[in-house]
Design a protein around this ligand. Structure first.
Ligand code: ADP
Ligand code: MG
Length: 741
């Protein structure tokens, strides 16, 4: 008997185990049995021998007419051929073997009836089947019925490789299934509640199905395995997190938070109120909050974070806000400082009562400024510290860190997030994660499955809408002229514009150093976009080239500035600031403006080579305009052809402002593994059958069952099989993680 963890060689021998490992990385019985068929073939209706065509997969019923056996010419071994006939046509069955084939000669003797199936080819003018499957019929058999059953049998077709055929895999699976001794990780009660078959049954059913109903039943059960195991891990993580202690920071009346609320120039939306209430309650508890705040671009997440931070500061603690880029960290620092006004001027003349200070800590600070900021953090002088994620590569000391806010963070996985938080503080501060890209619920439940979730679905009232248009530059070149005219018109009315390009260009090295390759807010590694999808082979339009061209030509006389990831950080900050404050009309930029940048007077955005960006990223980008009173305009310039996939993506972006809808579309175009790549440290995703978008309902049920089970039995003491399965899953992930690191 064998269990899933047993090495394959013990079951099928080294000779087959080795190539399975080499070609497909299948090492254990479990690996093999979870290498599911890609599809199934039936042998098909009986074909008569006169009508065979090359390449066809056929089953024929025939009688053996004559057989020959001869040694191979250039190699050791023999060729055995049997010529069969159905009375109308003839077909040669060919078998090669390293040794002699006496047993086959005895089986396939002239006069014997049988069913033969395989793929038709032609060799020296004769139709043949090489290495056909066959089943011999006894004289007494009901030949008709046996034939019908044989032809209907489902043959699994596996993802195979050169050195290992689907056929060998099927045989190995058959052996493994025969000796398998399995404990079902899903408790019986749960199986019964959801009408699931046992694991052994499901594995048999997916590899050797009797019919399609069998396949469906088995797949459903195996999907459950995937969803349930993952959700159990996540439920355990959530539960374990509540076991840590955190300093409670209940709301203090008449403190900074109240003073801030009084200064707010707008009313919170209902969604914001709700999220604030959830967060405010949770940081008042004595175990750490773990919450994800997700919302549409521009839905106003920052205010919510600031209010949480102030509640912590009122409670005597500090808060740190982490942004993915310098540009964004600087912007947060500026806007929070402005919003707080005298509330952030502790120690200065005119400071408010209870005032605190805000410190900025980024990689680009000069040594003196950096020392000052570090000191502010360590002494507790700064209640709020704003920095970049990169900052946490080094140890920053806080006097009393109570809250970590990670902004626009969908690039991180669970492990990275934990590492971030652990680096920041010795204790377990409260944690608030904010995503820029709205993601479908099931993805959130999986990728961010260890977090509770708050979602903002509405935008603040009075927000002017953004209209988006596709500009087909190849078909209608004069449209592009019109684009630049539009920008001049905006500028004439005192408004500002972005022109976004996929590439920096200029003298510097292209590729890895470019923003487009994932640096500093670029698309790479992002959940919300698909990286580059070039439609043409020409290099993408570059910031430096285009800026020079616009300055000379269509936008001459306007005040242009360029922004990209290769600029020194203080230069980036200077450019951003002059754009925010007005002296720049048009900012020609890479995707460094993607995340979070907030300049209300910017009303138009032109995205060049828009087809090279992902759907969610385009949505993010256009969220930079229409943030103030004036309507936003977004022009997607592309040379992609009208019927192309790229054009369809752009049309989808132009067609809706619903970020959830777009992120769904985005995810549909990716492999699940990419989505989970961030969540799981692991290699081949442990999700094989489950698709996050289509199996939403199943994942929801599995999550509820897992949560309940873990609440009643946190260490899974009563579920040894489940505990063992999880150990295997986690060991595997851990091993992969270490391998990669
Ligand atoms: P995001 O959720 O994309 O991070 P921000 O937090 O940057 O959005 O908010 C976008 C803009 O909306 C900011 O200028 C902010 O001051 C403003 N804002 C936030 N909440 C409201 C509200 N309730 N009413 C009006 N404006 C708001
Ligand atoms: Mg934001």
């Amino acid at each position: 008997m064998a269990i899933l963890e047993d090495p394959l060689r013990l079951v099928i021998g080294d000779k087959v185990a080795k190539p399975l490992d080499r070609a497909l990385e299948l090492r254990t019985v479990g690996d093999l049995l979870r290498h599911y068929p890609r599809r199934y073939e039936t042998r098909g209706e009986l074909t008569d021998l006169a009508s065979l065509r090359d390449g066809e997969y056929v089953t024929v019923q025939a009688v053996i007419a004559k057989v020959t056996s001869r040694p191979m010419r250039n190699r050791r071994g023999s060729i055995f051929e049997a010529t069969v006939t159905d009375g109308r046509g003839q077909l040669v069955l060919t078998f090669f073997s390293r040794g002699r084939q006496n047993w086959r000669e005895r089986q396939l003797a002239p006069g014997q009836h049988g069913l033969f199936s395989g793929q038709v080819s032609t060799f020296r003018g004769k139709r043949q089947l090489a290495h056909p499957d066959y089943e011999l019929l006894d004289a007494g058999d009901d030949a008709e019925r046996a034939a019908a059953e044989y032809a209907a049998e489902m043959i699994p077709v596996y993802p195979a490789a050169k050195e290992i055929t689907s056929w060998t895999i099927a045989r190995s699976v058959r052996v493994a299934l025969d000796v398998l001794d399995i404990q079902d990780p899903i408790p019986r009660a749960i199986r019964e509640r959801h009408g699931l078959c046992g694991l052994a049954d499901a594995l048999r059913g997916i590899h050797r199905p009797i019919d399609w109903a069998d396949v469906r039943r088995s797949r459903e059960r195996l999907k459950w395995d995937e969803a349930f195991l993952l959700q159990t891990v996540l439920a355990q993580r959530r539960l374990a997190a509540t076991a840590y202690l955190a300093t409670p920071r209940p709301r203090v009346p008449d403190g900074l938070l109240d003073a801030y609320d009084a200064r707010l120039p707008f009313e919170l939306t209902v969604g914001q109120e709700l999220a604030c209430a959830q967060i405010g309650d949770e940081i008042a508890l004595d175990h750490p909050m773990h919450r994800l705040l997700q919302g549409e671009v521009g839905s106003g997440k920052t205010v919510i974070a600031v209010r949480a931070m102030l509640q912590v500061v009122d409670g005597g603690g500090q808060a740190v806000l982490l942004a993915p880029t310098e540009v964004l960290a600087q912007q947060h620092f500026r806007s929070i400082t402005e919003q707080l006004g005298p509330l952030a001027q502790a120690g200065e003349l005119g400071a408010a009562e209870h005032a605190t200070r805000v410190a900025l800590l980024t990689g680009s600070l000069g040594a003196a400024a950096r020392r000052r900021a570090l000191l502010e953090a360590a002494s507790g002088g700064a209640g709020i510290v704003v920095g970049t994620h990169a900052l946490l590569e080094e140890k920053v000391q806080f006097a009393d860190l109570g809250l970590v806010v990670i902004d626009e963070q969908h690039r991180f996985g669970v492990e990275q997030r934990d590492a971030l938080r652990d680096k920041v503080g010795d204790g377990r501060p409260h944690l608030l994660v904010m995503t820029a890209t709205p993601i479908p619920r099931t993805v959130a439940m999986t990728v961010f499955g260890d977090l509770e979730i708050s979602t903002l679905t509405e935008l603040p009232a009075g927000r002017a809408p953004i209209s988006t248009h596709v500009v087909p530059a190849a078909e209608k070149p004069h449209y592009l002229e019109r684009v630049w005219e539009r920008l001049r018109e905006e500028a004439a009315q005192g408004r500002q514009c972005y022109v976004v390009c996929p590439r920096i260009g200029g003298d510097g090295p292209e590729g890895p150093d470019d923003d487009s390759a994932g640096q500093d807010g670029g698309p790479g590694g992002d959940l919300g976009d698909g990286g580059l999808f070039p439609e043409t082979s020409r290099p993408a339009i570059a910031v430096l080239d285009l800026a020079a061209e616009l300055e000379r030509g269509p936008l001459s006389g306007l005040r242009l500035a360029v922004l990209h990831g290769r600029l020194p950080p203080d230069e980036k900050d200077r450019v951003m600031r002059s754009f925010a404050q007005g002296p720049v009309d048009v900012l020609v930029t890479t995707t460094v403006v993607e995340v979070g940048v907030d300049v209300p007077n910017a009303t138009a955005m032109v995205i060049m080579d828009a087809d090279r960006f992902g759907v969610s990223q385009l949505h993010q980008l256009r969220g930079r305009v229409g943030r103030g009173r004036h309507e936003g305009l977004c022009l997607l310039v592309t040379e992609a052809e009208e019927e192309s996939k790229s054009r369809q993506r752009l049309d989808a972006v132009a067609g809706t402002l619903d970020g959830f809808k777009l992120s769904r579309l985005d995810l549909e175009q990716r492999r699940e593994g990419d989505v989970l790549g961030a969540a799981q440290a692991g290699r081949r995703s442990s999700l094989k059958l489950l698709t996050l978008l289509r199996d939403e309902e199943l994942i929801g049920r599995a999550r509820r069952e897992a949560t309940e089970l873990v609440a009643a039995d946190p260490a899974l003491a009563r579920q040894p099989a489940l505990a063992a399965a999880l150990r295997v899953l986690l060991d595997q992930e851990q091993a992969e993680f270490l391998e990669k690191a």
